[in-house]
Ligand binder design. Structure first.
Ligand SMILES: Cc1cc2nc3c(=O)[nH]c(=O)nc-3n(C[C@H](O)[C@H](O)[C@H](O)COP(=O)(O)OP(=O)(O)OC[C@H]3O[C@@H](n4cnc5c(N)ncnc54)[C@H](O)[C@@H]3O)c2cc1C
Length: 376
């Protein structure tokens, strides 16, 4: 079925094939920032997709953002992560920030000349964000931040950091910290299993003083603001997983069509055809659920929260299975770095963990099921 999004998908796919995929293995091998991909994404104005035109963006809808992330991730998971984390890092400013804060931060991020990060996780706190220890204390007209944020994507490449910090006994705010603010430093780059082109490091705040204008709206409502952005950020992570799955699937179909054993292409063996059929179902069903969840988010439907948890769960679990079977379909070559499926299998693992682990998604889904006492 053709849709109005087909041309857009085709243009991002072609950009990813020409300007991102050729560098993906090198980015992974050297654990380096995907410079070529970022230049290509900037040249195509993709960093500005979600932002209002007044702020230098193109005002694209959520499905367009999802499609862009899918297509970039099919070529290079790390490049997709850099892109979508920029969007997540600015999301609370866009939704709740003052006009002054928006114009300070968003236009540069929209143009791709600045990066953004969002900083919630801490050394002792991941799934249970209510336990965060980073503190924000009012001092005169300023706020002073102290604490340590762990596993922060885009650190220290980013310029702006949306930091969730404790502003009262049981209250939290979102504070926009600049890389050059006094008291900001970064830990060493994490050495990771996958997504090795996406820089990940601690963000350390040691008496970091920022002016009150850098607080996102109400300093006691940050938890609610972050919570409100989770539907979109989970949709983007689901899209990333789905894109990687699609990339591995495409590669496996091409490989099994060419490689011969016992005098015929692998694709003729019924056992492998069954595997490939199962992978096709995993990719298509994950995409269908994600797009349904995206439609609910856009419509402001209260069912969106549980549905996006289902989509994040299904997209990432299916993507893990698809990439693992893609390695199997390549045989021994799949286990080498000569072919992309090995990288894709490593990259995709994290999609089951970040933006709420899949155990946490199950908690959200089960809570909704019992609250509604309905089957879907
Ligand atoms: C590459 C990478 C990039 C990241 N990027 C960012 C980022 O940009 N910003 C950011 O803030 N964070 C980021 N993170 C952190 C990520 O979101 C957390 O690692 C994740 O939320 C899990 O938290 P944790 O690691 O502390 O695990 P824990 O919360 O300690 O969980 C450990 C295990 O216990 C399970 N578990 C926990 N609670 C429950 C429960 N109630 N019921 C059942 N099981 C449970 C979990 O599912 C998991 O299996 C990133 C992490 C990585 C590795």
């Amino acid at each position: 079925m053709e849709t109005e999004y087909d041309d857009f998908r085709a243009s991002v796919r072609s950009l990813a094939a020409d300007k991102i995929a050729p560098y993906a293995a090198d980015v992974d091998e050297k654990e380096r920032f995907p410079e070529e991909a970022w230049a290509a994404l900037r040249a195509a104005d993709l960093p500005g997709l979600p932002y209002d035109e007044k702020l230098g963006g193109s005002g694209a809808d959520l499905l367009s953002q999802v499609i862009a992330v899918e297509e970039v991730a099919a070529a290079c998971g790390s490049s997709a992560l850099v892109l979508l984390v920029n969007w997540a890092g600015t999301s609370t400013v866009v939704s709740h920030g003052s006009d002054e804060l928006k114009s300070l931060i968003v236009p540069k991020v929209a143009s791709g000349s600045a990066g953004a990060a969002w900083c919630m996780t801490e050394p002792t706190v991941g799934s249970d964000l209510s336990g965060i220890r980073t503190s924000a204390t009012r001092q005169g007209g300023d706020w002073v931040l102290n604490g340590q944020k762990r596993f922060i994507s885009n650190a220290p490449w980013a310029e702006w950091y949306a930091v969730l910090a404790r502003s009262g006994e049981n209250d939290f705010g979102v504070f926009m910290v600049h890389r050059d603010d006094t008291g900001v430093s970064f830990g060493p780059h994490e050495k990771k299993m996958g997504m090795r082109g996406s820089p990940t490091a601690d963000v350390i705040l040691d008496d970091c003083r920022i002016p009150a204008v850098r607080v996102v709206a109400d300093p006691m409502q940050g938890y609610q603001y972050i919570n409100g952005e989770l539907n979109v950020s989970r949709a983007l992570i689901a899209a990333q997983a789905l894109g990687i799955a699609q990339g591995a699937f495409n590669a496996a179909v091409a490989y099994t069509s060419e490689r011969e054993q016992f005098g015929q292409p692998l694709a003729r063996f019924q056992m492998l055809r069954g595997m490939v059929a199962d992978l096709a179902v995993k990719v298509s069903s994950a995409r269908a659920l994600l797009y349904e969840a995206v439609a609910l988010i856009v419509a402001g439907d209260p069912r969106a929260r549980a549905r996006i948890s289902m989509a994040k769960l299904l997209c990432s679990d299916n993507a893990m299975a698809v990439t693992t079977d893609a390695v199997q379909l390549y045989g021994g070559y799949g286990f080498t770095r000569e072919y992309p499926v090995e990288r894709m299998m490593r990259d995709v693992k994290i999609t089951q963990i970040y933006e709420g682990t899949n155990q946490i998604q199950r908690l959200v889904i089960a809570k909704d099921v019992y609250a509604r006492q309905v089957r879907s």
